[in-house]
Design a protein around this ligand. Sequence first.
Ligand SMILES: [Zn+2]
Length: 412
Amino acid sequence: MLVGRKYRVAFTAEQVDLSHLIGDACRAVWNTGLEQRREYRRGGAFMNYVQQSAELTQAKMEFRWLAQAPSHCLQQTLMDLDRACRDHGTFRVQWRSQRRWVPSFRFPDGRGIRVERLSRRWGRAKLPKLGWVRFRFSRPLDGDVRSATISRDGDVWFVSFLVDDETCTPEKHASTSAVGVDRGVVVAIACSDNTLRDRQFATPGEDERYRRLQKRLMRQRRNSANRSKTRVAMRRLKRRERNRRKDFAAYSADQLATRYGMVVIENLCVRNMTRSARGSVAEPGTGVAQKSGLNRAILDKGWHIFELALRNVARRTGCHIVKVPPAYTSQRCSQCGAVDPKSRESQAEFRCTACGYHEHADINAAKNILAGGQSVTACGDLQPMGGSMKQEPAPPRGASAPTRLWRVEIPS
Ligand SMILES: [Zn+2]
């Protein structure tokens, strides 16, 4: 199985400069290649990777700055562009602007990369042109390196290795039980086994500090040194928040996909849901603030990265991930099946207007999602799992309050 291993790099000053240069070269190759492809398409023709690659070799003889970058990285950029254009269409692939694109480039040939462990904490890898790159050996590599990618996040650089760890996805999960998962805005993850998982990703102090930095940024002159200092500080805060969110998603996904043979989630298209507030509202100009607030809340809870993490762990455990349509999961009673918007008393409370069943609203939704997933697998849409599906025991009426797992407060 191919897995990723990411380490924090300690570049020398020259390596930082060279990495920026390589990043710029890859960006230029991407943009030029994309423009060329568009030009050809407008003329009714196609441009392919082989032609572009040959032209790149020519261009490298003309431009010295292009030749300073490792040719493998530039070729890889053209290959990525080729893939992107075939997958999404030439005119939907985006430009890599200097401000928005984060430098990242790949060394696709794993055989040319040597990785050594220097001490308990440090390792080094030999990369073309960059030479020996020291990195924090924060986890074992466990396998053969297939490729390496250098990327930047704010002022910090990382190297990720694609590693073949020589394991395979098991055909069957050890457990036959199933769980339904409701992703929410107030509580990030509610499960049909009566657990709520949530975490605070930024402390109130960090939010406050971020707001203060935003204000300071507005007062500062464009292109001034102090302004860029403020930006670095803001990025650092956001990176910390993002890391916590990733950690939470990975941890929750690991627990669910290890414990259960099937995880049922709603088929949410986060991209569509969080599409720009303008234009998505019925009347233009109304509800923009609410919509953008909701967008922020959805992105803030990391629905998408949870799904990615879940798929990642499932490769290792053999867990099935089933997606069901999200319609009415929050309005239907999981006990009697009655659908009534009035059953949802408040954000957190669900009390069925037909049978009086009382439950945490998100847990009720998670139970509906589980039932939806089980009916999908029973219909044979999905390969049935070995043995009988273990049905969850129905909780007594007016079920007890859900246990709150993983409610971590960050010490300030
Ligand atoms: Zn009911």
